[in-house]
Ligand binder design. Structure first.
Ligand SMILES: NC(=O)c1ccc[n+]([C@@H]2O[C@H](COP(=O)([O-])OP(=O)(O)OC[C@H]3O[C@@H](n4cnc5c(N)ncnc54)[C@H](OP(=O)(O)O)[C@@H]3O)[C@@H](O)[C@H]2O)c1
Length: 233
């Protein structure tokens, strides 16, 4: 099991709580960040109580960034630029950022992926690529959990039974994440290629939201089907 410290920026939202709970169920400790220390500590206590564990510890985002080696970025898309401005300086030089952000916009009740959710100068084709371009060299970015809903992650009594797609240009970082996430019951980890494929996973999220809505489905999600695995040569 990795010795690396895992933190959520922030750990107080719906998506980050769902991911944090699942990671803690897999046996890891998770630091819960927030802009407010008090809120972080309260949510950490709530999560500990939910699982009857002492795996969560709350502190303000800056402290989490300073202490953790693996940082899940789960801020609203329109706040990623300011979050990086505020916290970028404190990120460890060899940290891994796990980008969970999906820049959604809604038009006539349907979800679309917007390239302009952040600042006006946000002209990157995916949030993951924006983050990679904005952080110091040595810090890796892995896209993950973009296609899995908070509703599904937080239903702890229901099997997940979904695939999680990892995108990154850094194979080592992908392996570290793979080791952690593959311990979560009901999640299959799939390598989804370089970081540029976060464009696809971000679009897939808008797509599945619309599939749910237009077809009156509940918790539709992604599971890739295949005829088994190829033998290694
Ligand atoms: N919900 C889903 O099903 C889902 C699925 C895939 C991806 N995602 C992605 O996950 C991210 C979070 O979604 P969510 O549904 O969990 O949202 P949420 O429940 O609204 O939580 C977002 C958190 O962001 C923090 N926040 C709010 N305003 C902020 C600001 N101005 N600057 C910095 N932080 C701020 C708040 O934490 P503090 O007040 O504690 O700082 C809040 O708890 C989004 O980027 C979304 O695209 C969500």
């Amino acid at each position: 099991m990795t010795e690396k410290k895992i933190g959520m920026i922030p750990g107080t939202g719906k998506q980050s709580q769902g991911i944090a709970l699942r990671i803690a169920q897999a046996g890891y400790k998770v630091m819960i960040g927030s802009r407010s220390t008090e809120k972080a500590k309260t949510i950490a206590e709530e999560l500990n109580a939910k699982l009857s564990v002492s795996s969560f510890y709350g502190d303000e985002n800056k402290e989490v960034v300073k202490q953790c080696d693996i940082l899940f970025f789960v801020v609203p898309p329109e706040n990623i630029c300011s979050t990086l401005e505020d916290l970028g300086l404190y990120i460890k030089t060899d940290a891994i950022i796990v980008d969970v952000i999906v820049p959604l916009a809604f038009k006539a009740g349907l979800a679309y992926c917007s390239e302009n959710m952040c600042l006006e100068q946000f002209d990157y084709p995916s949030v993951s690529e924006y983050i990679q371009a904005s952080i110091p060299e040595g810090v890796s970015v892995v896209g993950a959990f973009k296609t899995i809903s908070a509703a599904k992650l937080n239903r702890l009594n229901h099997p997940l039974d979904v695939d999680v797609f990892l995108t990154s240009d850094e194979l080592e970082a992908k392996d570290v994440l793979k080791e952690i996430i593959s311990k979560i019951e009901g999640l299959r980890v799939l390598d989804a290629g370089p970081l540029a494929f976060s464009r696809t996973t971000e679009q897939m999220t808008a797509f599945v939201i619309n599939i749910n809505k237009l077809n009156k489905l509940k918790h539709a999600s992604f599971r890739v089907i295949s005829a088994g695995t190829k033998k290694q040569n």
